[in-house]
Design a protein around this ligand. Sequence first.
Ligand code: AMP
Length: 292
Amino acid sequence: MQIIHSAKDMHSLSKLLRVSDKSIGFVPTMGALHEGHLSLVRRSKEENEITVVSIFVNPAQFGPNEDFEKYPRHREKDLAMLSSVEVDTVFMPEREEMCGKDETTSVDIGALGNILCGVARPGHFNGVATIVAKLFNIVSPDNAYFGQKDFQQCVIIKKMVTDLKCGVNVIMCPTVREADGLAMSSRNVYLTEPERKASAALYKALCHGREFILSKRPSAPSAVQDEIEKILKSEPLLNPEYIEMLKPENLEPTGKIELPVVICLAARIGKARLIDNILVKEEPSLPDDCAL
Ligand code: AMP
C-alpha cells in the first residue's frame, strides 16, 4: 500500500494510471475509519482496478464552534485497516496544501446547501464540495464512492459533478449499521453509554416511518412526521432537529407523499449531532441508488 502526501505526487500517479488505462476508484474520508468506510472501499475494489482512499480532516467543513480540533484522528489504526482490505494508495494531504492561505476560489453549490443539515451548519456543504472538487482534480477518479448515511452530501456531490462537468461517476453505497440499527459514524465515540442506547431510536423511528407510509399510504408528510416524532420523543435524551420527507433525486420537498421518497432526520444528543435517513420505494428490494 502506497502512502502519498503531496498533490504533485498523487497527480503524477493518476496520470501514470491513466496512461496505462487503469480504472481508478476513489473513496474520500476524514479518517477514524469504521466498517462503513470499509464497505465503500470494498465496493470500489470490486469495480475498479486501482482504489485510492484519501484521509483528510477538512477544516473548511467545520463551523467555528464545531469539533475540528477534537475530531477523532487514528492514523496508524486507519492505515492498518486500509492495508487489511488491500487498498492500493492512501492519499493524506497536508492542510497547507489543500487549504492554502492565498487560495480564494471555492465551490458554491447553491440552495441545496442551505436545507436540512445546512440550516444548522451554514457553509458546511460548500466546504465539503470545495475540497471534494480539489480531491477529484488531484486523483482524477473514474468512480467515487459515498455513503447513503450522508444522503444530502451525496446529492450535492452528484449535482456538483454534473454542474462542473467533472466526469466522475458518483456512486451512493448503503449505510452500514451497528447491530441495534445505529448508523456507524466516527462521531459515535462522543456518545455516553445511555446516549448510545437512546440513539438506536433514530433508525427505529425511520423504519416505522417507512412501514407507516407503505401500509397506510398517507398523503400528508406531517402525518409521517408525527409518527416519527413520537418515537424520537420517547427517548428524553434525544432532541430532534429536523424530520423531512423529500424527493431523493434533488431533495425537493414533497407536498404530497409520492414514492420514492427519502426520510431524512437529525437529532442532537449530548455533545453529538446524529443524522440518518431511509428510502421508501415501491420495490424495497431494489438497491438504494436506484432512486437517484
Ligand atoms: P467521513 O469520514 O465521515 O467524512 O465519511 C467518509 C465517507 O464514508 C462518506 O461518503 C460517508 O457518507 C461514508 N460513511 C460514513 N459512515 C458510513 C456508514 N455508516 N455507512 C456507509 N458509509 C458511511
